[in-house]
Ligand binder design. Sequence first.
Ligand SMILES: NC(=O)c1ccc[n+]([C@@H]2O[C@H](COP(=O)([O-])OP(=O)(O)OC[C@H]3O[C@@H](n4cnc5c(N)ncnc54)[C@H](OP(=O)(O)O)[C@@H]3O)[C@@H](O)[C@H]2O)c1
Length: 259
Amino acid sequence: MNPEHVLITGASSGIGLELAKCFAADNSHLVLVARGTEAMEQLAAGLRQKYSIQVFVITADLAKPGSAQRIFDELVRAGVTVDVLVNNAGFGLHGSFAELPLKRQLEIIQVNIAALVELTGLFLPGMIQRQRGGILNVGSVAGFVPGPNMAVYYASKAFVQSFSEAIFEELRGSGVSVTNLCPGPTETNFSNTARSHRVRNHQAAKMSAAAVASQGHRAYRQRRHMPVPGVVNFLISQLPRLLPRAAIRKTVMHYNRLK
Ligand SMILES: NC(=O)c1ccc[n+]([C@@H]2O[C@H](COP(=O)([O-])OP(=O)(O)OC[C@H]3O[C@@H](n4cnc5c(N)ncnc54)[C@H](OP(=O)(O)O)[C@@H]3O)[C@@H](O)[C@H]2O)c1
C-alpha cells in the first residue's frame, strides 16, 4: 500500500505542529496548512531530514472563503491524494458577545466551522471511494457546554462535535474513520490569540501540546470517536450528565469571568 498523505491545518504552532511530528514519525507524507509560512517551512525541513518523508507547505488564510477549494485544487494539480484530513486550525476570543468585534467572531465561524466542513466535503468522497483514511477534527471540551464570555468559540466546538458524531455514524463500515479530539486548556498560542489575560483564572493548569497531540494521534489510529485527554477534562466532559443546564452555564461563566 502507498504511504499515506496527511493534511494538517493549523500546523504552524501548538497542537497542529505536534500532530505533524506524530504523523511524521509514522512515516506518513504531510501537507501543512496555515498562514505562518516560515514556521511551517522550518518544521518541514526538520521532518524531511529526520524521516525522509515528503512535506508540502501550503500558505492559506482559512478565514477567507474559497481557501479550502484553492488548497484542494492545488493538491489535485500536484497529484497528491489526501488520505487523512486533520482539521485543527482554530481560534477563540474572550469577552462578551456584544462587546467583541462582530467581524472577528464571524471569522471564528469561518475558520472553526466553515473551512472544516468545506475541507471535509472536498476530501471525504475520495476517501470513501478508496475505502481508506479518515478525519481527525480538533474540537474541545468547550464543545460539551455553553460558554458565556466565549460564546461563539464554545458554540463552534459544539458544532464540530455534533458534525463529527453525525458523520461518524454515516461512515460506519465505510473504511473511513472520524475522530473528534476534545482537549481542555493546552499550552499553546491559543490564549494569546484569545486575549486570555483578560480572564481572571487564565493561569489555570494546562496540558502540553505534545501530550494532547500524542493522545489525539493514538486515538485516531485506534479509530476512537471522541477522546478527551486528561482526567480533569474528562470530568468537564461529563458535566452535562451531572449538573442541570443552568448550573453548567453559571459554572462556565464563573470560570471565564473577566478581570
Ligand atoms: N490551546 C487550548 O487550550 C485548546 C483547547 C481546546 C481546543 N483547542 C483547539 O486546538 C486547535 C489548535 O489550537 P492551538 O491550541 O494549537 O493554538 P495555536 O497555537 O494558536 O494554533 C492555532 C493554529 O491554527 C492556525 N490558524 C488560526 N487561524 C487561521 C487562519 N485564519 N487560517 C489558517 N490557519 C489558521 C494557526 O496558524 P497561523 O496563525 O500561522 O495561520 C495555528 O497553526 C484549535 O482548533 C483550538 O480551538 C485548543
